[in-house]
Write a protein that binds this ligand. Structure first.
Ligand code: ACO
Ligand code: KIV
Ligand code: MG
Length: 516
């Protein structure tokens, strides 16, 4: 990286990302994503908000205990109990960070906190000092900085840096700023806060106007040296800045930036796929860097140009962000070693040999139905295997659906519920509707179907379909996924997976999903 300074990448997929409705994760899912982020070499992983629920505290603790090469961070309001909770959850981390925040905009102070500016400064300072009891690595955020008054922001930042904050993070909490303005804000703060040189300036931009990445980059051009972002831009409302876009913009336009990240960018696509499959948030095909079409060329003039000289229409190399080209065709005659090698290239590792064996058995099963197995199939198949390792009271034994023009579809199925086989039958407006009704006739979870989406994982009529189902019961929302070459079976698997999650006794990380 030579003379360039280090741009710290702070990933908040597991905290702000998880605040997206429907994106809640279990402790084990958080650990899997954290490990993938560690392989990506992100500098800081914000693992959650420990005071939000015992489940989230447990998840942050699990991430802290499992990650060694990245800093692990927990969020806390500027309250003693939140900070103590974060300090305890992070006690096993190799490098712990406490991130404390309080709002500084007039609207938030007056209408939400019901505090005076003086009280806010006092509470911010107290919080930073308390966090320093647990770690030297303390970050402070003046929430809604993007709508705060400059003089007051300068006052708060000077006070928290003097109290021991080593990073000051400037959030555009509601995505209100535009790039010139946000860059100018960072420049002004760096110039006017007297002790600005004693802290790293960070930014945390939301995407309400679609400007999160642009605002973050404008801030980096003005000396911000940490960017808070999430995989696939997941996050509250319209999301946060997308990690993959920030990292690749800085890497690709080194002529414009005097800094660079230390990320292993070849892990971007595997990480993006993992987050998408765990949350059920599909990646749109035209999404920058990680969308299926990001490196695809359809029109003749472009194809001609790329064939003659790739750089005519490509500013990045697909392989640099982890898009792989199969050198070996995986199919029904492939063995365990080729399978394992391919997974390793995709950044997928198993904790235990029996997990690999289960995935291999599924691979063989799929290879019997499908001519050629692509990387996308492997990702889905591995996710499916990992899902099986979780709580599974209900299993699909068999399914038969009769669907005929002019007739009402009927589904007959056999489920194993707590090991006992039970049959169900129902009709519906379509084969998927009939299947879901048949499942409910057996398990009667009483959930509401909030989302049903199908993605063809690869192209062709023998492609696997990946189905995501979102169910709600009593305010609790869960996602389920299933993949199969038969779309109705994929739908049944996804619905059953979501039912198993609803019935799961373990408290989920996010309070939105706490057991009812
Ligand atoms: C911009 C962001 O992303 S901020 C992070 C958002 N994330 C979350 O909210 C995580 C999930 N949240 C939760 O589980 C809950 O809101 C909890 C556990 C944190 C708090 O729950 P409750 O104690 O029931 O409080 P509730 O959520 O109703 O209200 C928030 C309270 O915190 C206060 N508060 C909000 N931010 C802060 C802060 N940074 N520092 C101190 N107090 C704060 C509010 O003024 C309000 O206080 P009040 O009860 O005296 O009116
Ligand atoms: C907690 C803070 C940094 C936040 O998420 C925001 O202001 O958007
Ligand atoms: Mg945020």
């Amino acid at each position: 990286m030579s003379d360039k300074s280090h741009l710290i990448i702070f990933d908040t997929t597991l905290r702000d990302g998880e605040q997206s409705p429907g994106a809640s994760m279990t402790r084990d899912e958080k650990v899997r994503i954290a490990r993938a982020l560690e392989r990506l070499k992100v500098d800081v992983i914000e693992a959650g908000f420990p005071a939000a629920s015992p489940g989230d505290a447990e998840a942050v603790k699990a991430v802290a205990d499992n990650v060694r090469d990245s800093i692990v961070c927990g969020l806390a309001r500027a309250l003693d109990q939140d900070i103590d909770c974060a300090g305890q959850a992070l006690s096993g981390a190799a490098a712990p960070r406490i991130h404390t925040f309080i709002a500084t905009s007039p609207i938030h102070m007056e209408k939400k906190l019901r505090m005076t500016p003086d009280q806010v400064v006092e509470q911010a300072v107290r919080a930073v000092k308390r966090a320093r009891r647990y770690t030297d690595d303390v970050e402070f955020s003046p929430e809604d900085a993007g709508r705060s008054e400059l003089d007051f922001l300068c006052r708060v930042l000077e006070a928290v840096i003097a109290a021991g904050a080593r990073t000051v993070n400037i959030p555009d909490t509601v995505g209100y700023n535009i790039p010139d303005q946000f860059g100018a804000l960072i420049a002004a703060l760096r110039e006017r806060v007297p002790n600005a040189d004693q802290a790293v300036f960070s930014v945390h931009c939301h995407n309400d106007l679609g400007l999160a990445v642009a605002n973050s980059l404008a801030a980096v051009r003005q000396g911000a040296r940490q960017v808070e972002c999430t995989i696939n831009g997941l996050g509250e409302r319209a999301g946060n800045s997308a990690l993959e876009e920030i990292v690749m913009a800085v890497r690709t336009r080194q002529d414009l930036f005097d800094c660079d990240t230390r990320l292993d960018t070849t892990q971007i696509v595997p990480c993006s796929r993992l987050v998408s499959s765990i949350t059920g948030f599909a990646i749109q095909p035209n999404k920058a860097v990680v969308g299926a079409n990001a490196f695809a060329h359809e029109s003749g003039i472009h194809q001609d140009g790329v064939l003659k000289h790739r750089e005519t229409y490509e500013i990045m190399r697909a392989e640099d962000v982890g898009w792989t080209q199969n050198r070996m065709v995986l199919g029904k005659h492939s063995g365990r070693n080729a399978f394992r090698a391919r997974l390793q290239e995709l950044g997928i590792r198993f904790a235990a040999e029996d997990e690999l064996n289960a995935a291999f058995a599924r691979f063989k099963d799929l290879a019997d139905k499908k001519h050629e197995i692509f990387d996308e199939d492997l990702q889905a198949l591995v996710t499916d295997t990992n899902l099986d390792a979780t709580y599974e009271r209900i299993k699909l034994v068999s399914l038969r659906v009769c669907s005929e023009t002019g007739e009402t579809p009927i589904a007959d199925l056999v489920l194993a519920v707590d090991g006992v086989e039970r049959t169900g039958r129902a009709s519906g407006s379509g084969p998927v509707d009939a299947t879901f009704r048949a499942i409910e006739s057996v398990v009667a979870t009483g959930t509401l179907l909030k989302l049903y989406s199908v993605n063809a994982i690869t192209s062709g009529t023998d492609a696997q379909g990946e189905v995501t189902v979102r169910l709600e019961r009593g305010g609790r929302i869960v996602n389920g996924q299933g993949a199969d070459t038969d779309i109705v079976i994929a739908s049944a698997k996804a619905y059953i997976h979501a039912c198993n999650r609803i019935l799961e006794p373990q408290q989920r990380a996010h309070p939105q999903s706490a057991d009812v």
